[in-house]
Design a protein around this ligand. Structure first.
Ligand SMILES: NC(=O)c1ccc[n+]([C@@H]2O[C@H](COP(=O)([O-])OP(=O)(O)OC[C@H]3O[C@@H](n4cnc5c(N)ncnc54)[C@H](O)[C@@H]3O)[C@@H](O)[C@H]2O)c1
Length: 267
């Protein structure tokens, strides 16, 4: 059989139960729709029930559900993962997409802000992953997909704590990949560059800031949440069974060096 005829099967998520945090956000909601359209049963988690209910209605297929969950409440995570695993029999894929940021200079960050960003981006992700593995993947195998960032590798001004969490997410992804390989779990991180969402629209509408960013992106434009969907499908599907521990940049060439200089290259 040719690859062409097999294509749908290669990336099918039919029958897979996918737990997605940060589900109603700019990136999460687009991932939820893309994954549901390839046959997955989506278990959506975020802070507000009404937004989750609305998103469920917008997904292809049936059997999707939404749960109010604050991932920084670590004591709740094991029970939560247990109840989802019990209801569906398994959790095949965990996508850790919930994340927060507050832009301020290193000298201005207060302990409260530091703790809050760490608690969601790193601690919540750590303990939810641990809970999902304990309650399901240790028996069933599975895939963990962590949302890292451009700041896992590089940085911008005013994102010190956020960047530290996202570098931590890249490191944790490698630990998950090697320690949980024996359970047939693959863990990978997607590192989006500058993605246009409702929250970042204000930056892209700002003439000087948008120009600054365009200079630093080879593609000279922001990415769209939709441009993260195909990679997420690959990493959730059985086609990625030998991909693990990777940090995959989806950044329009920002980390590669951004826009090349326009000067004469003859020295
Ligand atoms: N937008 C970008 O340019 C960009 C770039 C790199 C990485 N990322 C990462 O991608 C992920 C999604 O970003 P986004 O742009 O969709 O942001 P977003 O703010 O639109 O969505 C984040 C979602 O996480 C939820 N959330 C926040 N705290 C939570 C908690 N304690 N428990 C459960 N849910 C919580 C929010 O309610 C929100 O729906 C984040 O991890 C972010 O760091 C985004």
């Amino acid at each position: 059989m040719t690859i062409g005829a097999n294509l749908e099967q290669l990336f099918s998520l039919e029958g897979k139960v996918i737990l997605l945090t940060g589900a109603t956000g700019g990136i999460g909601s687009v991932l939820a729709k893309g994954l549901a359209s390839t046959g997955a049963t989506m278990v959506l988690a975020d802070l507000e029930q009404s937004a989750l209910d609305q998103l469920c209605l917008e997904l292809d297929g049936s059997g999707h559900s939404g749960y109010e969950l604050d991932i920084s409440q670590v004591s709740r995570l094991e029970d939560f993962a247990g109840s989802i695993a019990e209801k569906h029999g398994k959790i095949d894929v965990l996508i850790n997409c919930a994340g927060i940021n507050k832009r301020e200079g290193l000298l201005d960050v207060e302990e409260k802000t530091y703790d809050k960003i760490m608690d969601v981006n790193l601690k919540g992700l750590f303990f939810l992953s641990q809970a999902v593995v304990r309650k399901s993947m240790i028996r069933t195998g599975g895939k963990i997909i962590n949302l890292a960032s451009f700041t896992s590798t590089s940085t911008l001004g005013g994102v010190s704590v956020y960047g530290a969490t996202k570098s931590g997410v890249a490191a944790l992804t490698r630990s998950m990949a090697i320690e949980w390989a024996k359970y047939n779990i693959q863990a990978n991180a997607i590192a989006p560059g500058h993605i246009l969402t409702a929250l970042t629209q204000v930056t892209w509408d700002h003439k000087e800031r948008a120009a600054y960013l365009r200079e630093r992106i080879a593609a000279e434009r922001p990415g769209l949440p939709e441009e993260l969907v195909s990679l997420t499908i690959l990493l959730a599907s059985n086609s990625s069974d030998y991909i693990t521990g990777a940090l995959i940049n989806v950044d329009g060439g920002a980390l590669a060096g951004g826009k090349p200089w326009p000067f004469d290259t003859q020295y």
